[in-house]
Design a protein around this ligand. Structure first.
Ligand code: CTP
Length: 411
């Protein structure tokens, strides 16, 4: 029995947790294993914060015992027979080993309790299908039925069998995410299977596609993932017009080089920027995003694109820039900014984001009413003129504003 030397690489709180799981499991005569991403990341020396434990036995019961022993917060997902523990910043998911049968492509599988081997067999890639025992007598022994360790050392993403992508086509999106995150390559047969099974993405629900897409957008290597997914034909299955383009590369570069906050929302808007109204509508519907914040932001960007010519005019009054952009979310404006090549357009957008949108008048509606104006559209119009004058530097102080109001209102 050869020890893998992996458990000792765990962060002390996680090590304590794994050892506790092992001791409690041994006491109950069951077995506990670290599985999936944590084993892969331990082998690669990458940071681990999420731990998956697979239990040959009752995972929920063991989780309850661990929570009591460690004073951890426990959440039980009864419907799935799984439990999660939260200790400090670490999450531990515990599940009973299970075997899965896919009755039809894209549907969630039929699940029944199984042994470790069944549990590993149902997984996506060899590098995610390894386990390390945490209980005596074989603590720290690696189980690797599918050559995961070899593939890790060769930098390969390999499916476990020929119908893996038919069972679950989201694995195509996962494959690209791991490939680019780890600097790996799709194994040749896996790449062939992926290309051959692209149509299987049609069997996946909008919510699942959306979740996978958001995982792409959260990765550090997001642009590389999008480029690769586009070349493989994956983005084209989300919408035929969704593909990586040279302008997109420049827009992502500008986003990374700037000091704007890099959020998945921004990256989503950058990704869909080149779609027209109908294409965007269809994509959002396919991803079950209709009515979401991403729907709002991407449609705002689309609307703003039509205003670019106007916004690119040199010598534009600051109040004009303000009134054109006011009401749009900063993410939608940043999207336009990342794509903008005309210097005046970029500087006008940047001016709005950095300065103009913060500008306020000294007088507000209440003060105008104290001066004798009545509530209503006229008061609103005067406030707008006041703000425009502030923006354009025509008034600079409260007393300037009072004078202007008196003049405008004929007081
Ligand atoms: N898994 C799978 N097929 C999927 C989703 C998940 O086989 N469609 C398995 C993999 O073994 C994976 C594990 O479930 O390692 C946990 O899934 P997830 O949390 O998505 O992956 P991790 O590798 O743990 O985490 P990450 O992708 O964030 O590194």
């Amino acid at each position: 029995m050869q020890r893998a030397g992996l458990i000792e690489r765990l962060h002390p709180p996680l090590l304590n947790l794994a050892l506790t799981a092992g001791k409690l499991a041994a006491k109950s005569g069951i077995r506990a294993y670290l599985v999936g991403g944590i084993v892969r990341d331990l082998m690669l020396g990458r940071p681990c914060v999420d731990v998956d434990l697979a239990i040959e036995g009752d995972a929920v019961k063991l989780a309850g015992q661990m929570a009591q022993k460690l004073g951890a917060r426990l959440t039980v997902h009864k419907a799935f027979g799984t439990a999660s523990l939260k200790i400090d910043d670490f999450n531990v998911d515990m599940a009973t080993c299970r075997s899965e049968i896919y009755r039809c492509p894209g549907a969630l599988p039929l699940v029944s309790p199984g042994a470790l081997q069944d549990d590993l067999k149902r997984r996506d890639f060899s590098i995610n299908a390894m386990a390390v025992s945490v209980n005596a007598p074989d603590r720290d022994v690696l189980t690797d039925f599918f050559g995961g360790r070899r593939d890790l050392s060769q930098g390969l993403i390999r499916v476990l069998h020929n119908i893996s992508f038919q069972d679950d086509a989201t694995r195509m999106m996962r494959a690209v995410r791991y490939e680019q995150r780890l600097g790996f390559k799709l194994e040749r047969g896996t790449a062939r299977l992926l290309k051959r099974n692209l149509d299987m993405l049609d069997t996946i629900s909008g919510d699942r596609l959306k979740n996978e897409l958001l995982l792409w957008l959260k990765e550090e290597s997001c642009p590389a993932i999008l480029r690769r997914a586009s070349r493989l034909g994956i983005t084209g299955k989300l919408h035929p017009a969704l593909r990586w383009q040279r302008t997109m590369r420049s827009a992502f570069r500008r986003a990374y080089a700037s000091n704007i906050v890099k959020t998945p929302h921004l990256f989503f808007c950058l990704l869909v920027y080149n779609l027209n109204e109908e294409q965007l509508y269809k994509l959002l519907a396919r991803l079950n995003l209709t009515g979401s914040r991403l729907d709002l932001l991407s449609n705002q960007s689309l609307e703003l694109r039509k205003k670019c010519r106007e916004l690119a005019k040199p010598g534009l009054k600051r109040s004009k820039i303000y009134s054109t952009l006011h009401g749009y979310d900063s993410i939608s404006i940043q999207t336009i900014c990342c794509y903008a090549v005309i210097p005046t357009l970029r500087s006008n957008l940047a001016l709005y984001l950095k300065e103009l949108r913060q500008v306020k008048t000294s007088l507000d509606g209440n003060e105008l009413m104290k001066m004798g104006l009545r509530e209503g559209p006229r008061l609103g119009a005067i406030l707008n003129k006041l703000l425009a004058a502030r923006l354009d530097g025509a008034v600079q102080s409260k007393s300037d504003e009072i004078k202007l109001v008196r003049r405008l209102a004929g007081l």
